[in-house]
Design a protein around this ligand. Structure first.
Ligand SMILES: [Zn+2]
Length: 382
């Protein structure tokens, strides 16, 4: 894996400021990765992402397999060429999506049979087939196919899924090793995923078992922010932090509210992703340093201020809350775009600021101040 490396530049408690290098460039960590499920970060184009300093983005194997088809993407030169993004990309395996299809799926040791949410056609994912899909997509980092369960699952259910995920990891790794042996191999790093629900002993066992099973470029932490209480998530992060090698990047999957990012950084997480900033943006919700606001509310009708006075995104530099509220009220698509742009920028910048605080050795005080201010105002109804 010569194209990948991870260098830690500073540590402050459990928090780290590092550089994750991939075949398509570097990622300064901690970092927020914008989610481009269908090969597009909704309402934003790659120039927007570059302008805000985003370095790495996500695609999703399940969605791209169904539409336009991973083979179409491969024929078009892979995800980087297809979507016009030449920076690092990570693809999620689709485990989360497939296991979310309640009533539409059958799980066996071999894999999962499910019906497409688009046309109801019967499909099957196995660890091997998902690796082939992710290979066709051609992202820098590919996630293993894992068994995802609801956040509050009991111990036997969580154990069963975690142990199956470990067996599936071995099959994913064997499939990837088969390509690496062939001359046509492109460089992709397979990240394993630590599962185990909210059960400390399961998380510890999974982290150790994965750590001892290979020389992984980085580690995913999955199955959090799926319905469990926040203190449970933070406690599990601390457990996992103690059992994963410190010299590899850790990616907390699907967790992207600002307060969770700040709490995660303090517990040794390097990479985050979430659809929240774009999904919430399309619903009229904006992150600000003083908490979340809903731009559709009448109180912003004559508000001349930007969404956040300290934000340097292109929405905040040019437009008032009153204008953006008007766009939403009138169903103008520019409104969705501006809020999506602001929210993604907000998280990218938040992680850049956290990185600075780690380098200054002030992450504890910075986090405390940031959280106090952000959480000081109750979230307005949305
Ligand atoms: Zn902004």
């Amino acid at each position: 894996m010569s194209g990948f490396s991870f260098t830690i530049e500073s540590e402050d408690g459990a928090a780290r400021a590092g550089v994750f290098t991939t075949p398509h460039g570097r990622v300064d960590t901690p970092a927020f990765m914008a989610v481009g499920t269908l090969a597009t970060v909704k309402a934003l184009d790659p120039d927007d992402l570059r302008a805000m300093g985003a370095q790495m983005i996500l695609g999703n194997a399940y969605h791209l397999h169904l539409r336009p088809g991973d083979e179409v993407v491969r024929e078009m030169g892979g995800l980087h060429a297809f979507m016009g993004w030449d920076g690092p990309i990570l693809t999620d395996s689709g485990g989360f999506q497939v296991f979310s299809l309640e009533g539409l799926r059958t799980v066996s040791e071999d894999g999962v049979e499910f019906r497409s949410h688009i046309d109801g056609s019967l499909r099957a994912f196995t660890p091997e087939s998902v690796m082939r899909i992710e290979r066709n997509l051609g992202a820098d980092v590919i996630m293993q196919f894992d068994h995802v369960i609801p956040g509050q699952s009991d111990e036997p259910t969580a154990r069963d899924a975690s142990e199956r995920s470990l067996r599936w990891l071995a099959r994913c790794a064997a499939e990837v090793a088969r390509w690496d042996a062939s001359a046509s191999s492109q460089e992709q790093a397979l990240f394993p995923i630590v599962q185990g629900g909210i059960h400390e002993s399961l998380r510890r066992a999974a982290a150790r078992s994965i750590r001892d099973s290979g020389d992984w470029v980085g580690y995913g932490i999955g199955g959090l922010s799926v319905g469990e209480a926040k203190p449970d998530m933070y406690r599990i992060l601390e457990v996992v932090d103690g059992d994963l090698p410190r010299d590899r990047p850790r990616y907390l999957m699907g967790v992207g509210f600002p307060e969770d990012l700040v709490e995660g950084v303090g517990r040794g997480v390097d990479l985050f992703d979430c659809v929240a900033p774009t999904r919430m943006g399309r619903n009229g919700a904006a992150f600000t340093r003083d908490g979340r606001l809903n731009i559709k509310r009448a109180e912003f009708r004559l508000d001349k201020r930007p969404l956040d006075e300290a934000c340097d995104c292109s929405a905040c530099r040019r437009f008032s809350r009153a204008y953006i509220r008007h766009l939403f009220t009138a169903d103008e698509i520019l409104g969705l775009r501006l809020l999506s742009l602001h929210n993604v920028h907000f998280l990218v910048r938040l992680m850049r600021d956290a990185r600075g605080a780690i380098r200054d050795g002030t992450i504890d005080a910075w986090s405390k101040d940031w959280l106090t201010r952000y959480l000081s105002r109750p979230v307005t109804s949305e």
